[in-house]
Design a protein around this ligand. Structure first.
Ligand code: GLP
Length: 256
C-alpha cells in the first residue's frame, strides 16, 4: 500500500487527479469505477480543468458508478448518477453510452446486479476503482459486516451512513434506506485502487485503517490490505491521528 499525505484538500485532490489522468493518457480505453460524495469533488474539478486546458480526453473512457440509491432516477439531483453527470461527465468528452449506473429501479434487482457485473466484464474489467471512505469504514456502500467476496448487490444502509448522507437531502427522512453498490469482490478485482480521504472527520477511520493491517469486515476498507496496487491519498487533516505506519507482524517480529 502506497500512502501519500498532502498538505490540504486541493493538493490531495490534485494528486488523485494526476494519478487518474496518467492512467487515461496511458490507456485511452480506461475503465473506472467512480465514487460520489464531498471528497472527490476537487478531483473531478481538476480532471475537468485538465480536459479543458491540457487536452485530457475521456473519449474512450468507460465509467461505472460505484453505488446508487435504490429507486433513484438518473435525473434526480439527489442521485449518484446525476452527481457524476453534474460534476464530471457533462464537463468532459466522455460518451454518454459509456457512463453506467446500477439499474436501481429494476423489478428484479438481483438480476440487474448480475447484469452490472457483466457490463463491467464486457468493458474489459475495471482498470481502476477510485474510492472514498465512509466514517464507519465503508467503501462504495459496502457496510461493516458484509461479505469480503461480494459482487454488486442491494444493501441496507447503516444509521450512521444515513445520518452522514442526510446533508445532501432536505431532511433525513428523504435519505433512501437501501442502495446498490459494487461489492468488495468487484473492487478487489480492479487492477488499481485509489482511496482518497480528506478532512478531520476522516481522521479516526484512517487511523483505524492504517494503524493496523488487520483485515476485518467490521472495517470494510481493510480488505485493501490484500490488494497489490493501492494508493491511499490523504490531506494532513485526515492523516492527523495516524500514529505510525502499519507494519505486518512478521516485519515487526524481525525488527524491520
Ligand atoms: C457515501 C458513498 C461513498 C463515499 C462515502 C464518503 O456514503 N456511498 O461512495 O465514498 O459516502 O463520502 P464523503 O466523501 O462525502 O465523505
Amino acid at each position: 500500500m502506497k500512502i501519500l499525505i498532502e498538505k490540504d484538500y486541493d493538493l490531495a485532490s490534485a494528486q488523485a487527479a494526476s494519478l487518474i489522468a496518467e492512467e487515461i493518457r496511458k490507456n485511452p480505453s480506461f475503465v473506472a469505477a467512480l465514487p460520489t460524495g464531498g471528497t472527490p469533488l476537487g478531483t473531478y474539478r481538476e480532471l475537468t480543468r485538465q480536459h479543458q486546458e491540457e487536452g485530457l480526453s475521456f473519449k474512450g473512457v468507460t465509467a461505472f458508478n460505484i453505488d446508487e440509491y435504490e429507486g433513484m432516477s438518473p435525473d434526480d439531483p439527489n442521485g449518484y448518477y446525476y452527481f457524476l453527470h453534474d460534476n464530471l461527465y457533462r464537463h468532459v468528452d466522455i460518451a454518454p453510452e459509456n457512463t453506467h449506473v446500477e439499474d436501481v429501479r429494476a423489478a428484479d434487482i438481483q438480476e440487474a446486479c448480475l447484469r452490472y457485473e457483466e457490463a463491467i466484464r464486457q468493458a474489459g474489467g475495471l482498470d481502476m476503482a477510485f474510492l472514498g471512505i465512509g466514517n464507519d469504514g465503508h467503501i462504495g456502500f459496502n457496510e461493516p459486516g458484509e461479505g469480503i467476496q461480494s459482487i454488486t448487490h442491494l444493501t441496507d444502509l447503516t444509521e450512521e451512513t444515513i445520518q452522514a448522507n442526510a446533508r445532501f437531502f432536505s431532511s433525513i427522512d428523504e435519505v433512501p434506506r437501501r442502495a446498490v453498490t459494487v461489492g468488495l469482490g468487484t473492487i478487489m478485482k480492479a487492477k488499481k485502487l485509489i482511496l482518497l480521504a480528506t478532512g478531520e472527520n476522516k481522521a479516526e477511520i484512517m487511523a483505524a485503517l492504517l494503524g493496523s493491517s488487520a483485515i476485518t469486515t467490521r472495517l470494510p476498507a481493510s480488505v485493501l490490505w490484500l490488494h497489490s496496487d493501492v494508493t491511499v491519498i490523504m490531506d494532513e487533516a485526515a492523516a492527523s491521528l495516524i500514529k505510525k505506519p502499519a507494519a505486518p507482524a512478521y516485519m515487526a517480529a524481525a525488527g524491520v
